[in-house]
Design a protein around this ligand. Structure first.
Ligand SMILES: [Ca+2]
Ligand SMILES: [Ca+2]
Length: 228
């Protein structure tokens, strides 16, 4: 009887130990969700989902630039990350592996060409043939049936102390991988500053109507004076 109690006790201790160890491993390996990352950095009220896929850089007509900042990177692979000109699709690498530059590393995007229109991409080393773009239609065919899949979620930052415009959150795996993607979209997370989703008007498009209005005002003023 005594031996039986002892055995039960030992077994219980073993089970409790196992639960504790697995719990600890789970806690250590658990990743922050993209929502947690956004809540922590910007505040829960200050971000919203968007369907934006490309951005416009702000600046002066001689150099349009935006800034990209690594916010988080929870990926198992090397993920070269950069920006591309949305018109020419020419790519420029910003970080060879954002994981090594985690948090705060900032790089300028641009100067851009006439269009000022750009997107972000990653080239996961796990899928060497694949480049994943913020524009879903540029992504390779994956899944069943094979279609371009969403690899970048985009969030707009609407308030809070950080002067950010958008956050781009990448999923670096494919549904076709041996261990398929987990769709957590926290593998490479990039913040964009000085970026908008509206074309930046050229000086002429603002100046010509402004001059026309001013001219009209001066003309009517002159006529008024003449009448008096
Ligand atoms: Ca993932
Ligand atoms: Ca992840």
């Amino acid at each position: 009887m005594k031996t039986k109690t002892k055995k039960i006790f030992s077994l219980s201790v073993l089970v409790i130990l196992c639960i504790a160890v697995f719990g600890l491993v789970g806690a250590v390996s658990a990743e922050d969700s993209i929502e947690d990352i956004l809540n922590t950095r910007y505040g829960s009220e200050c971000w919203q989902n968007t369907t934006v896929e490309t951005f416009y850089a702000t600046g002066t007509s001689s150099s349009y630039t935006a800034t990209a900042i690594v916010v988080d990177a929870q990926c198992g692979y090397t993920n070269p990350t950069g920006w591309y000109d949305a018109t020419t699709l020419v790519k420029s690498e910003l970080w060879h592996n954002p994981k090594d530059d985690i948090c705060g590393a900032a790089k300028p995007i641009g100067p851009l060409g006439a269009s000022k229109d750009f997107g972000l991409y990653i080239e996961p080393n796990e899928n060497v043939e694949s480049t994943y773009y913020t524009e879903t239609s540029l992504n390779p065919n994956e899944g069943t049936p094979p279609t371009p899949q969403l690899h970048a979620k985009v969030y707009q930052i609407t308030c809070g102390p950080i002067d950010a415009d958008y956050v781009v959150a990448f999923e670096d795996k494919s549904p076709d991988d041996d261990t398929p993607w987990d769709e957590d979209y926290n593998d490479v997370v990039i913040e964009l500053r000085d970026a908008s989703s509206e074309p930046i008007p050229e000086f002429a498009t603002i100046a010509i109507p402004a001059i026309a209005v001013l001219g009209l005002f001066l003309f009517s003023n002159k006529r008024k004076h003449k009448k008096e």
